[in-house]
Design a protein around this ligand. Structure first.
Ligand SMILES: C[S@@+](CC[C@H](N)C(=O)[O-])C[C@H]1O[C@@H](n2cnc3c(N)ncnc32)[C@H](O)[C@@H]1O
Length: 388
């Protein structure tokens, strides 16, 4: 006998969905912003309650109103119909009114779309789950259902529902915003291997950027890390380099009026003085999608040597590394890991690491910014454009 739990009108619990591994970072954002109380951490979910208006979290992929919960329906197709009960339990009028009162646009809802996911092997697909729940919700709301299995984008005005099966529970949620939160309005220009903005926001958060800090991304791509950091900490100064002219163009366009300066340059020979950078944020081109170019393609150790050279003695580097072996390389270059976190990103394992210079091995201890410029200043003109 299935038992289902319905949310009462007095409390509308919220669910922030995030990358696997970022749950504690999202919980810290909820708590740090004094938005409310975290009630539970689950696989890729942070459950919380707030008395304030529904928050826009930077480290979460999305924020949902919790609609209804019940037991997981199991692994076989014939029990999928049990999910109809979740849709029937949902107080759709109240949830849609909370959603209207939050941030979603005031325009009329034109349809229903559902995105489903589950853990473990099943004899059905996510589209089968979406169709069962979507058709039930559409019937209740008297609206058309837009099936995602067609591969076409839902028409404007569709309200987005989310259904998860985690092996124990079935959870139905309603997206607060019209669009997923991870789709940032600033990101109009992109490049291969560009970073997921909530992960960039989490990395910026972990860096502990202070007012006045000089923040560097030596391989900045479309600028996601620097832009997320600048939005969160506008009192710091942000500098990006990239060897690819297309990346430089994309990062400048995305950054718009933010205090982010992007120049063309090789991360293997940065035109910066020793020890002048307080924080480094970077996902270097070590992955399958983006290959290292220039000096670091010939000698990857140069990337680490330059990072160590420009980072201040009390600095921190927050990096996304594809391989745990990269930590050994970091140790060889006189970095000490202060934090290591395993994440899953697009189905692959990656490591989020915070590195600090190993104290006894500082090569440029205390040298003030601007004291020397061992890189080739002639490679960068004063306007920040490549002269070669
Ligand atoms: C993984 S992407 C960075 C993505 C970036 N974080 C974003 O969100 O768009 C790596 C970047 O390193 C750049 N790159 C490759 N070799 C480089 C080098 N020697 N110096 C500087 N940038 C380099 C690539 O052009 C690419 O933009």
């Amino acid at each position: 006998m299935l038992t289902w739990k319905k949310n009462t009108p007095m409390h509308t619990p919220l669910v922030a969905r995030c990358l696997r591994g970022l749950e504690t970072v999202v919980a810290a954002e909820v708590l740090g912003s004094k938005l409310g109380a975290v009630t539970e951490l689950r696989h890729r979910e942070v459950h919380f309650r707030t008395r304030q208006s529904v928050p826009s979290l930077r480290t979460a992929d999305d924020v949902f109103l919790l609609a209804a919960e019940g037991p997981d329906v199991g692994t076989t197709r014939h029990t999928l119909r049990d999910l109809v009960a979740l849709a029937e339990l949902t107080d759709t009028d109240r949830l849609l009114s909370v959603r209207r009162g939050a941030r979603a646009s005031a325009r009329d809802i034109t349809g229903v779309e559902v995105s489903a996911s589950f853990l473990g092997r099943r004899t059905f697909t996510r589209y089968d789950v979406e169709d069962v729940v979507g058709q039930a919700l559409a019937r209740r709301l008297g609206l058309p259902y837009h099936a995602r299995r067609k591969g076409t984008a839902p028409p404007p005005g569709c309200c987005g529902w989310r259904l998860t099966l985690d092996g124990t529970r079935a959870t139905l949620m309603l997206r607060v915003d019209d669009r997923p939160l991870h789709r940032r309005p600033y990101k109009q220009h992109t490049i291969a291997g560009t970073l997921h903005p909530p992960l960039a926001a989490a990395m910026a958060e972990l860096a502990g950027i202070r007012p006045g800090d000089r923040v560097l991304d030596p391989c900045c791509g479309a600028g996601t890390l620097l832009i997320e950091a600048a939005l969160a900490r506008p009192g710091a100064r942000f500098h990006g380099f990239d060897l690819s002219p297309a990346s430089v163009t994309a990062a400048r366009a995305n950054a718009g009026d933010l205090p982010v300066r992007v120049r063309r340059g090789d991360a293997g020979r940065l035109p910066l003085p020793d020890a002048c950078v307080d924080r480094v944020l970077c996902n270097p081109p070590w992955g399958a999608q983006v290959q290292a170019q220039g000096l670091i393609a010939v000698d990857p150790a140069r990337w680490w040597t330059e990072l160590r050279r420009v980072l201040a003695v009390d600095g921190t580097a927050v990096l996304l590394l594809p391989d745990i072996e990269d930590l050994a390389t970091a140790l060889r270059h006189d970095f000490t890991p202060a934090h290591v976190q395993r994440l899953r990103l697009a189905g692959a394992q990656v490591f989020l690491v915070c590195l600090v210079p190993t104290p006894s091995a500082s090569p440029a201890r205390g040298r003030p910014c601007g004291a020397s410029a061992p890189g080739p200043p002639e490679a960068i003109d004063p306007a920040g454009q490549a002269s070669a």
